[in-house]
Design a protein around this ligand. Sequence first.
Ligand code: PBG
Length: 323
Amino acid sequence: MSFPTTRMRRLRASETIRRMVRETTISPDNLVYPIFVQEGKEIEEEIKSMPGIFRLSADKLAKEAKEAKALGIPAVILFGIPEKKDELASESYNPNGIVQLAIKEIKNAVPDLQVITDVCICEYASHGHCGVVRGEEILNDPTLPVLAKVAVSHAKAGADMVAPSDMMDGRIGAIRKELDEKGFINTGIISYAVKYASAFYGPFRDACDSAPQFGNRRTYQMDPANRREAIREAELDIEEGADIIMVKPAMAYLDIVREVRDAFDIPVAAYNVSGEYAMLVAAAERGWIDRDRTIVELLTNIRRAGADMIFTYFAKEAAKLLG
Ligand code: PBG
């Protein structure tokens, strides 16, 4: 039936009817809050290219965790910034390292907050790459045992889930095997399965001082031009034992979120990355867009594309807007 019998505007006439026919919902349940933790005491250092986001020392985490919990946010993801970086990223699996310490602080303060840890070596390695380096080559297979060791050290410290973000082939299987062998059968894996070599990670690398010292990440992260390859990546990680798969970045890759959602029944996460955060914040600061409305719209869009959960620096702010 067409116009004038059908009038689409009837279902848009008031907020009440709009609420009734809304197809996508978003709540704090869908959000994961990223936290940067660094060594030292009483540190709250704002990241230049990410206004409103801070590098915190471990003693500041209890407050942060309680705040997230009070806002209804179920989970955080931790990124560590160690004092010392070396060629082998040895701080990444130090049982007393910064992330291991941070996990304990948060679990003590808020036991039921889901603690996810980013598993990668780029933040801990002097070369800034996500794998073991020989000359100018990023080696795949020698990186796997290191990642497995990092994951086990996080599980030992009390992490609920580990999230490998390195994009080496075979790492999900290697991590699952090592976790199981060490008795951590209930530690979950969120795989950064579909992670693109994106310029949108710029501010994050500022935050962690983790820009590669030579070359780039294109031999391991995906080419932004590729779509079918995303399905292959996700498929492999699911076979190797991933519990949740992630697409990253989110905003410019919503078609990929949708494809992955349609292809698999496993929960899908999307990472609303640092550059996406920085762009929106910068435009809002200039008064060019409405900050609150843009945040809610963007996160709703990511949900509509099919993401069950969204990793976002806006988590606390969004939870307040949605609450
Ligand atoms: C580590 C890692 C990165 C991000 C998450 N984990 C950086 C990278 O791969 O260069 C990016 C997160 C963001 O930009 O918000 N491998």
